[in-house]
Design a protein around this ligand. Structure first.
Ligand code: JAE
Length: 244
């Protein structure tokens, strides 16, 4: 998979050189290209923003640098085009399902906005030749899209074949498709500072352990994410209906 990231803070994406994503890049599973948007500015101050039409606080990222950057990274007459992901609080939610969808793409480009956002015409212009998704990683305030790109790239990269050692671990994770949060995990020692590992996990009874883990997933989901439990209940009901 090729990944292009367009940003005014390429150094922010240095984290992509380490750990799992860094290993994937070194092994050739990921071909990561960082681009400083200011390369496509032509004034002395390398200006990337301006005041918003219609008034209001803050600044908006100018369309010209973005248009030239996109044309340089993904030429209009190129044989293929990337899928463009624009991180924004106004976007569709980033979910594990979307991570799987993006992991199937041969080429992703990320446009990191700053300030109040990117002139809306940039997404429209890009949309004339590539798929554009405006995506949010959550309902809170950030200063730009770079952190979101780190989140999305890690979530996507780990789904690529060969990136993580044991693909089976993907199946048991939270948000992995059964709709429940992951159960609590323990390792040695069996007793630590007065806190003991649940006896069932030391029993060797795999059926009891599986039941306990499922019950813990349901308990945790009910406690922390009742919204997921409602959705999970619907899925279970549909499955029951389908098999009854
Ligand atoms: N403030 C904020 C919140 C979510 C989000 N997702 C991608 S960029 C972004 C920015």
């Amino acid at each position: 998979m090729r990944l292009d990231v367009l940003t005014i803070f390429p150094e922010y994406l240095a984290a992509l050189d380490v750990s799992l994503v860094g290993k994937a890049a070194k092994s050739g599973l990921l071909d990561i290209h960082l681009h400083d948007l200011r390369e496509w500015t032509h004034d002395r101050h390398r200006t990337v923003d301006d005041t918003p039409y219609g008034g209001g606080a803050g600044m908006v990222m100018k369309p010209e640098p973005w248009g030239q950057a996109l044309d340089a990274v993904a030429p209009v007459d190129g044989p293929t085009q990337p899928r463009l992901i624009v991180p924004t609080p106004a976007g569709r939610p980033f979910t594990q399902a979307l991570a799987y969808e993006l992991a199937a793409e041969p080429w992703l480009a990320f446009a990191c906005g700053r300030y109040e956002g990117i002139d809306a015409r940039v997404a429209s212009y890009a949309g004339e030749r590539m798929r554009v998704d405006e995506v949010s990683i959550g309902d809170y305030v950030l200063n730009g899209g770079e952190v979101a790109v780190l989140v999305m790239v890690e979530a996507v990269a780990r789904l690529l074949p060969g990136v993580i050692g044991n693909p089976e671990s993907l199946a048991e994770e939270s948000h992995s498709g059964d709709g429940l949060l992951e159960y609590p995990v323990y390792t040695k020692p069996p007793s630590w500072r007065g806190h003991d590992v649940p006896d069932v996990l030391l029993s060797g009874n795999h059926a009891l352990i599986a039941d306990w883990r499922h019950d813990e997933s349901v308990r945790r989901t009910a406690e922390r994410r009742p919204d997921l439990l409602a959705a999970w209940g619907d899925v279970v009901a549909q499955k029951d209906d389908a098999t009854s």
